[in-house]
Design a protein around this ligand. Sequence first.
Ligand code: BGC
Length: 715
Amino acid sequence: MSGPRIEALLSQMTLSEKIGQLVMLAAGFSVTGPIIGGDASGAVREGRAGSLLNVFGPGAVRDIQRVAIEQSRLKIPLILGFDVVHGHRTVFPVPLGEAAAFDPTLWEQTARASAREAAADGVALTFAPMLDVSRDPRWGRVVEGAGEDAFVQSLFGAAKVRGFEGESLGESGTVAATVKHFVAYGAASAGRDYASTDMSERTLRETYLPPFQAAIAAGCAAVMPAFSDLSGVPMTANGPLLDGWLRGEAGFRGVVISDYNAVAELVAHGVATDLAEAAALALRAGVDIDMMSGAYEQGLPLALQRGLVTLGEIEASVRRVLELKERLGLFDDPMRGLGADGAAPLMAAHRELAREAARRSAVLLRNRGDILPLSERPQRIALIGPLADAPTDMMGSWSGAGEARDSVTVLDGLRAARPDCDIGHARGVGVDEADESGPDAALALAREADLVILAIGEARDMSGEAASRTGLDLPGDQANFARAVLDLGRPTVVLLSSGRPLAVPWLFERAGAVLATWFLGSEAGHAVADLLTGRASPSGRLPITWPRSVGQVPIFFGERPSGRPASDGHYTSKYIDLPTTPLFAFGYGLTYGRVSYSALGVEPPRPRRGDTITVAVDLFNDGEHPAEETVFLFIRKPVARVARPLLELKGFSRLSLAPGERARTVMALPVSALAFPGPDLRPAVEPGDYEILVGPSADRAQLLRQVVHVEEGGA
Ligand code: BGC
């Protein structure tokens, strides 16, 4: 439904101005796609562009918005879009890292802070959050989402949408969220970015669509289709999913924005012969805005002449775009809270949140003999490796408007936290190349040190878009360097930075401690120092299964049972050269405390359909340090009409425990959450037995288990 203002505008618009509202051009700085955007002001003045991407900052925004509202014939303000993926000026941890905090409140807070900064810089819409479930760490974009699980990704997406959009887009400090990439992009074959995807409708409905459903329920303003095709139908032209599922079944009322150049790429996909056909396919499937491909501008007039689209279809999209402009308050305030000095003045207020988020995103994977936290006595520390003092890499793969000069490196953070220690630093080796100085200085420092801290891993551009890898190993010469350091036999803590799990079992076997630090953002160094010194106990948990070898990929906890489960028997579902189990299960992560679980209580034992099951468990920290524990609630339906996964995540809760403290945590599980698509693909709760499994990770050996019987019938 559009209002009188929109109808009045539509009635005055020429065809070219209508199509202009459906065109998004890249202008200015950080162009992300294959086409380099130039000066967009001519197109804006002529009403040939309704939105722009990659323009931010007070000067640029004011200038270009003025062209729209003062010099274009109809004076329609522009929507300015930008990728605020994990922070704007203040950089927060990469999404895969932040997911490890398992805390929707934190996820929302960091999105809110990012929105405030982005809005102050004139951004009205962001291309985030990315909700692509991915079970393939070869795929570089696994770093941009919340990992392998649909439930986590759904909570993450909803929290991000709430954080970006606030109560209403009319409020100051908000930006419209664009959830992406719809849908199944994370299942790219062979983990290769932009490659084809193919899957059953069941997997689509159970795993890949729910995060989008959750984000729509949270009110997301826009959706971006994936570059990829699904079973041969490119998502940019996928009417059954865009128009059928998204706008139909899921009730989405917002704007669909193509990915960068994706409409024109329908020709390369092999479903359109020219831009007119490409434009018609995309528009009719439900794509309102063409980002940067030129297909709508050049192709829609032709498509109209050829009868491939109707004026009514074009106008329906124009209405949706103008409605979004109205929701954003752009007609009344085209500058929308743009700050005189942009985002910069807000950054100081977000440093502490960035530090907290970074602290809670790191995952302690090994801590042999409690080598961490560091001794309180002054020590000689060798902080070596290519990522020890790497301000740019700290920022991660999509650092928005972040600037490396604002990053606190591990070296900065540790020196600030432990001025009493003698902290020597040398790189030893580059991430992907030899370091000019060679490894000798670093090895000499390590040899003399009481403790070695080795900061290694991937550079920030080794994950993210177009950064798929066939190996999950340490790049360059780092493995040799790390082995040489470990051969010295000094107590060694590894800080492992990466945008994906790295399959380096030998490193975990040999190092004293390993902290997965992903890319932790502006406050990385302070946060790592907080954890190393024990000012905070590590609390992050893996949002993705950590394989032993790339050959196990895809590996994830939600797999279905085999008729021949892996065992010592020969003809069972396993490898002859490696165990089937991962190196670390989903949910794994250590704290400095030692937490045990007991007394799982599940009530009622025979719930009915409208009931809520109460799941409670006792936790006890018998360690000497505080613990931040994440408790996972899984279910399994052992017998159903359709074989169900070995584990399904249905909840998690977090709890702080002082040394020696006992506590009981209680989680609610509505019986309706047990529903799954039956043989007809309609979701329903099947009566019968359900296992309720509670524990610290998806490692079944560590889960407490009880069975409830869901009664036939009931509301
Ligand atoms: C990416 C999107 C991004 C867009 C605009 C594309 O290449 O796939 O995720 O939002 O560029 O920067």
